[in-house]
Design a protein around this ligand. Sequence first.
Ligand code: FFO
Ligand code: GTP
Length: 468
Amino acid sequence: MLARSTDPIVAIATAPGRGAVGIVRVSGRALGPLIDALCGRPLKPREATYLPFLDADGEAIDRGLALHFPAPHSFTGEDVLELQAHGGAVVLQLLLARCLEAAAEVDAPSGKPRLRGLRVAEPGEFSQRAFLNGKIDLAQAEAIADLIDASTEAAARSAGRSLSGAFSREVHGLRDALVHLRMLVEATLDFPEEDIDFLQKADAAGQLAALQAQLAAVGVRARQGALLREGIKVVIAGQPNAGKSSLLNALAGAELAIVSAVAGTTRDVVSQTIQIQGVPLHVADTAGLRDSSDEVEQIGVARAWGQIDSADAVLFLHDLTRTEAPAYAAADAEILRTLQSRLAADVPVLDVWNKQDAASSPAPAGGVALSAKTGDGIEALRQRLLEIAGWQSVPEGLYLARARHVDALARVARHLAQAGAHLGARNPALDLLAEELRLAQNALNEITGEFGSDDLLGVIFSRFCIGK
Ligand SMILES: Nc1nc2c(c(=O)[nH]1)N(C=O)[C@@H](CNc1ccc(C(=O)N[C@@H](CCC(=O)O)C(=O)O)cc1)CN2
Ligand SMILES: Nc1nc2c(ncn2[C@@H]2O[C@H](COP(=O)(O)OP(=O)(O)OP(=O)(O)O)[C@@H](O)[C@H]2O)c(=O)[nH]1
């Protein structure tokens, strides 16, 4: 874990490799002396200045734009200095080294030690500072990473929405409603002379129901957002020669896996991430499942089962031209038994009947019939995969969420359900009700990274006249 610290930090902010422009970024307190040493003069706040970046001998390493964002009006909330130079790996390394050297000069006993120990930043440290200094909350900090990592347009757009605070605002809205409800309950607890009817009159149950509905709506969007970010893992399994590699290629629209009429061609796992309406599906083609005396094939089969064990969904592929052969059907039944015994109950297994083009008999009901060769039925399979992934398009636009958020929201829902049970009891145990609401708020606060339970008291005191 990244420890909290306030040392000045420096890093190359741009991607490694060649680029038109590259940026070295420094964050810390009181960067003035460092700026003097590097740029030879003070910089106007938030204004790009074209100047030479000086080495120790006063010679220019490069010419570029220098920018000073004085604290607190910067990305991190500290003083930030940016050197925007030419984007070569060596130039940027030289500038980085020069920053460290200049900081050491500023710190040297001969001069006044005004900038303590500039060091190279840990990954995520600039964003961590932005969070610690209250510039962004935890969900927004995560959105920065997600935006950078986004592999689809939909993921990038929804991460952008989270970064701008759309998700955090929803969470805050939930929190405000929850705080209001807690306030009612705690007041009833603190002032026993207040009738229990007080809760009823204030429609605590109605408020709770409204909160639960609001939470459910946020939950749906967060789950969709998490799906966009994380996708699901789909494993294609089946007997040799069923057409698993052909199916992967058809889904991916590229010749990734080797297709041949020789049964037992695929040995190693071939994985590819495909997108269906922006949802990433990590599809793995595996070795055909059968008993084999070939050592390499045995390893392949073991790997196939390994993949299946970690699947979110399994496509169980059958060769429709052979399903009527008793031995073939028996082997499929055997595979199905093993699948059922190994997979968790919530991992769907979809029957896919391949080689429809060459088959004389129709596919059994359920599942999807297709031809990996002609592409017939592939679109229907893609739609089924989206359903299996649980994708629902949400009209208002998504925010990118993470499994962590989805999990926290689910815990909030559980505590609210418990609270509802207490509230609905004939003689509500108010202390237990209050506790469930408190736990619900803690779970909610985990999302944005705030834990101030004192702010609840603040709200209570500000809204109730205690002296009365
Ligand atoms: N050159 C450059 N581009 C960049 C960044 C950067 O650090 N440097 N960013 C880094 O990730 C992102 C932009 N993030 C930023 C966030 C806040 C402030 C900032 O100056 N905030 C002040 C003033 C706000 C205002 O005027 O509205 C503040 O919060 O007080 C700057 C960049 C993307 N582009
Ligand atoms: N007619 C027809 N042939 C197909 C279809 N899909 C695959 N094949 C053929 O079936 C044979 C096996 O295909 P693969 O995709 O290599 O099968 P696999 O399941 O990956 O095979 P293993 O690697 O042995 O497990 C090849 O000759 C393919 O051309 C299809 O939809 N129709």
